[in-house]
Write a protein that binds this ligand. Structure first.
Ligand SMILES: [Zn+2]
Length: 245
């Protein structure tokens, strides 16, 4: 009986976190696009916890999947992908567990998500020495803008301006394909929007740490993640990654 319930729990956990093992130095994460409940977990309700937000980043799971598909098309190889299928109102994967999970069931799923991201980043590090992590989000503050979040460049520590913002850089390439990035390449050292300046994922797995890789949070405005726009946005992201690697 105990074994049966453990197996059941294990299967719930794996169903709630979508993981693709890659063979490129690219990791794509999407913590806020899921809609599924976590069995055994209530909706989060402790509004006194720091950064308490439960809102869904609509279709960012689809944008992450489509980006992975376009990357595979461009490179002939797969990126690593970790997507939360569980809803943010049950667990927030872009917060430390102590803020993002309020029950044991939620903590297990949160841990599952982060074990997968850690494994992907470690895999990229050991095989390629370096790599890039894109943490995909959505925001409702400005439809036309993608807010860059790097903790004001902390999660991209040690990378040259040319590699980060030059015409051949990932960010430079998405901007030149018509995606409005803030801060712009021209004023790349301008302060990031404090609401979207890079959460737990880029902080944990970015170049702020020895074992990190170049990590950028991208907060997409609605224009870039309509059902119709997603393939085009994904294609641009893949093309920009191609130029970078
Ligand atoms: Zn988000």
């Amino acid at each position: 009986m105990i074994i049966a319930s453990l197996l059941l729990l294990a299967s719930f956990k794996s169903d709630l976190v979508e993981v693709v093992d890659g063979d490129l130095p690219i990791v794509i994460t999407a913590p806020h696009g899921g809609v599924l409940p976590i069995p055994g977990a209530d909706e989060r309700k402790d509004t006194t916890l720091p950064q308490f937000v439960t809102v869904l980043d609509t279709r960012t799971d689809d944008l992450a999947r489509e980006t992975a598909k376009q990357v595979e098309k461009e490179f002939g190889k797969k990126p690593f992908v970790i997507i939360a299928k569980f809803a943010r109102k049950y667990a927030d994967a872009n917060r430390p567990a102590k803020y993002g999970a309020e029950s044991e069931a939620a903590r297990l799923v949160h841990a599952k998500y982060h074990e997968a991201v850690r494994k992907a980043v470690d895999g990229v590090k050991s095989k390629f020495g370096k790599g890039i992590l894109l943490d995909i989000h959505g925001q409702g503050a400005d439809k036309e803008t993608v807010f860059r979040g790097t903790q004001n460049l902390k999660t991209v520590t040690g990378v040259s301006d040319e590699s980060l913002f030059g015409p051949k850089s990932f960010l430079g390439m998405i901007e030149s394909q018509g995606i409005k990035v803030f801060p712009t390449m021209k004023d790349a050292h301008e302060k990031e929007n404090s609401k979207f300046d890079g959460g737990y994922t880029v902080q944990m797995y970015g170049l702020g740490h020895q074992d990190g890789i170049l990590a950028i949070q991208l907060e997409f405005g609605g224009t870039y993640r309509t059902v119709k726009a997603i393939p085009e946005t994904a294609k641009k992201l893949a093309a920009a990654l191609k130029s970078q690697l």
